[in-house]
Design a protein around this ligand. Structure first.
Ligand code: FAD
Length: 455
């Protein structure tokens, strides 16, 4: 068997099903122009991927293999590769609508061997008794616990594979009109390098071991850094989900508390599962017909961290400066965006997609729909977070806020959590709140009710 093994969301050599396939292989990575053409030239994720690709190429070379790099439209590239006599292309599953459409097109060019890798469960593994998908997390989770077994922890061996030799070294730009080989440099794909730390996933795992016992209690406190920060490694498959699960199983044996963390991993699965079964939620509300009100001025204030609401602006600064944002802060920001500002959730989703280093279509879309109250879950549309109560509860000393908004260092935390006081502060470098929360929440409820009556 001669096959192309296509690395996508699995940029690693350990525990990778692609490297457990027998026969002759051509390992490839495609810089997909359909995706790249829509990104800013200083996109952090592209830089992250590029660095990881260089690392993967080196690691594969140590195994006697290599990673061939392409730039272009995947269908055109596979049409070109198909002429070389491959029997199939193997790749792990990817569930957003673009990826599914792309893989479908490629399956018409070459037989497509879809491998299960990125998530704990395959999308059809957990179904209700009537064989339909779950819509609620708790029953999904309960069923997941009953189905979870040793096979979900299996480690794929890295076997001896024969490399299909090619005669070029570089990035092969391949389009219908042009075929050229460029140097392996990020500038060859039209992007620029940005300064970015690439932590070792194994170190992160051992760090997680120290956090597990406090995870349930502290995971909502953004100043504590008590979560794993493994979402980026999971997103790009630098760490396999099974490696992480095996690590948790070992920690559990040592008496560590692992359930709360495991639950979040199942959450990640659940969101991918929902996107797989209900692909239209990528753009459309699952329930309710409200769409938000387009308002460029409010959007600009939010995306420039100039709302005057400290917890929101701190979160957006963290996102813009690092590509990261703590989960609790994502929830508060998304609620503020869709409820207080009444903006369309799709705008917020796109904004997060532009900057999040761990951007994952399923987790991002479903979380935004959850916040907007339009998703599959029973989250009521009338639940509106009060950003000041949220910051008081989860950042009582305003440590997180002051880290990202140092201009507020002179203010007492009590003032920062007090909406009325924030309307009166005298700090020139920081705006007063652009809205009054109580009023905005009231208006949002009226808008939602009126939209419901219209349907
Ligand atoms: P930990 O608390 O250490 O959790 C471990 C792992 O579990 C995470 O790495 C992640 O893979 C998964 N996980 C944890 N919480 C969630 C959750 N609520 N939903 C789904 N999976 C979860 N996560 C993304 O990976 N990509 C996104 O694009 C993304 N967008 C989001 C947008 C909004 C509006 C919200 C509210 C949440 C979003 N999340 C997203 C989920 C969550 O915020 C991140 O996974 C988490 O903050 C990553 O930090 P961590 O690795 O330290 O998480």
């Amino acid at each position: 068997m001669r096959r192309i093994i296509w690395f996508r969301r699995d940029l690693r050599t350990e525990d990778n099903p692609l490297l457990a396939l027998e026969g002759e292989v051509l390992p490839i990575f495609i810089f997909d122009t359909n995706i790249l053409n829509n990104l800013a030239k200083d996109d952090r994720r592209v830089c992250y991927i590029f660095k990881r690709i260089l690392w993967l190429k080196k690691a594969l070379k140590k195994k006697g293999l290599d990673l061939k790099l392409f730039y272009g439209d995947p269908s055109e590239i596979f049409t070109y590769l198909a002429k070389m006599g491959f029997d199939e292309v193997a790749a792990s599953g990817d569930y957003d609508s673009y990826a599914r459409q792309r893989d479908l097109e490629i399956s018409h060019i070459l037989p497509f061997n879809r491998l299960h890798d990125t998530y704990i469960f395959s999308p059809d593994e957990i179904l209700k008794d009537d064989q339909t998908p779950y819509l609620l997390f708790t029953p999904f989770y309960k069923k997941a616990l009953t189905l979870f077994e040793n096979k979900h922890l299996r480690e794929y061996p890295s076997i001896q594979q024969k490399l299909y030799e090619t005669d070029y070294e570089g990035i092969l730009h391949y389009t219908q009109t042009e075929k050229k080989i460029c140097a392996i440099d990020i500038s060859s794909i039209g992007f620029q390098a940005v300064s970015l730390a690439i932590p070792n996933p194994k170190e992160k795992l051992s760090d997680l071991g120290k956090k597990l016992n406090h995870y349930a209690k502290e995971r909502d406190i953004p100043s504590l850094e008590s979560t794993s920060s493994l979402s980026v490694e999971l997103r790009f498959g630098v760490l396999s989900i099974r490696q992480l699960l095996r690590f948790l199983a070992e920690e559990k044996k040592q008496g560590k508390e692992t359930e709360a963390f495991f639950r979040q991993l199942v959450f990640r699965d659940f969101y991918a599962y929902l996107l797989y079964h209900f692909p239209h939620v990528e753009i459309h509300n699952y329930k309710y017909s409200f769409h938000g009100i387009q308002n460029r001025k409010k959007y600009k204030a939010f995306t420039q961290a100039k709302t005057g609401v400290p917890i929101i602006d701190a979160g957006i600064r963290e996102l813009l400066q690092t590509g990261r944002m703590h989960n609790r802060i994502r929830m508060v920001c998304a609620s503020f965006f869709t409820k207080d500002l009444l903006l369309p959730w799709q705008w917020g989703e796109r904004f997060f997609a532009r900057y999040l280093l761990d951007y994952d279509a399923a987790s991002n879309i479903l979380s935004w729909q959850w916040s907007a109250g339009t998703g599959v879950d029973p989250q009521p549309y009338f639940r509106i977070f009060n950003p000041y109560l949220q910051s008081k509860k989860f950042d009582p000393q305003a440590r997180y806020i002051k880290k990202w908004l140092p201009e507020l260092n002179t203010l007492d935390a009590k003032i920062i959590h007090d909406e009325k006081a924030m309307h009166q502060h005298k700090i020139i470098a920081y705006p007063h709140p652009i809205i009054d929360h109580k009023l905005a929440a009231k208006e949002a409820l009226e808008y939602f009710k009126a939209s419901l009556l219209r349907t």
